[in-house]
Write a protein that binds this ligand. Structure first.
Ligand SMILES: NC(=O)c1ccc[n+]([C@@H]2O[C@H](COP(=O)([O-])OP(=O)(O)OC[C@H]3O[C@@H](n4cnc5c(N)ncnc54)[C@H](O)[C@@H]3O)[C@@H](O)[C@H]2O)c1
Length: 151
């Protein structure tokens, strides 16, 4: 059975995606800080839920061991939340991205999918920040010889 680790898998999008992955026959590991709890996730024999921070390299490396794919959705997902504590938000949305990619690669992950709705120029006032984030992510992927899985 192919295994997928979903960071932020207990969030709004994750609670829709994870059941679909389970129905499709994947083994799923949700790796999430559970800022909003985990009540939206189903109980399923092929689902493992790990409460962890994507900035915790050792814990992430342990969780991703044996996974074939990663879908990365953990983040501070909107500008008002980001602005509550921009320094903290940067550590989650920017700074731990490359370590996550490296740990995934070391664990033998074949495909790393980065999910975002933020597109440069696409959302009015968020465009400069979105462009900055996208550039950083594409750079991290290229630096690690991974094909950019972002638009
Ligand atoms: N909501 C939408 O309509 C939508 C549409 C398209 C794309 N997206 C993208 O999908 C992604 C997820 O969006 P969402 O709406 O599910 O967000 P969300 O805020 O509902 O979920 C984010 C999840 O990340 C977790 N998280 C936050 N910081 C963490 C950390 N340090 N370590 C581990 N987990 C952490 C939270 O606990 C939460 O469960 C984002 O990149 C967003 O841009 C969302």
């Amino acid at each position: 059975m192919q295994k997928v680790l979903v960071t932020g898998g207990a969030g709004y999008k994750g609670c829709v995606l994870v059941p679909k992955l389970l129905v499709a026959g994947y083994g799923v590991i949700v790796y999430d800080l559970m800022l909003f709890g985990s009540a939206g996730l189903p109980s399923h024999p092929n689902l493992k839920i790990v409460t962890g921070d994507i900035r915790d390299s050792a814990k992430y490396a342990d969780a991703v061991t044996g996974c074939d794919h990663v879908i990365h959705m953990a983040c501070i997902s909107n500008d008002p939340s980001f602005d509550l504590d921009p320094s903290l938000s940067r550590t989650i949305n920017y700074e731990c991205f490359e370590p996550l990619v490296l740990a995934s690669k070391s664990a033998g992950v074949k495909r790393f999918i980065y999910v975002s709705k933020q597109v440069p120029g696409g959302h009015g006032g968020t465009s400069a920040r979105a462009a900055d984030r996208l550039q950083q992510i594409q750079g991290a992927l290229r630096a690690n010889s991974l094909p950019p899985s972002v638009p």
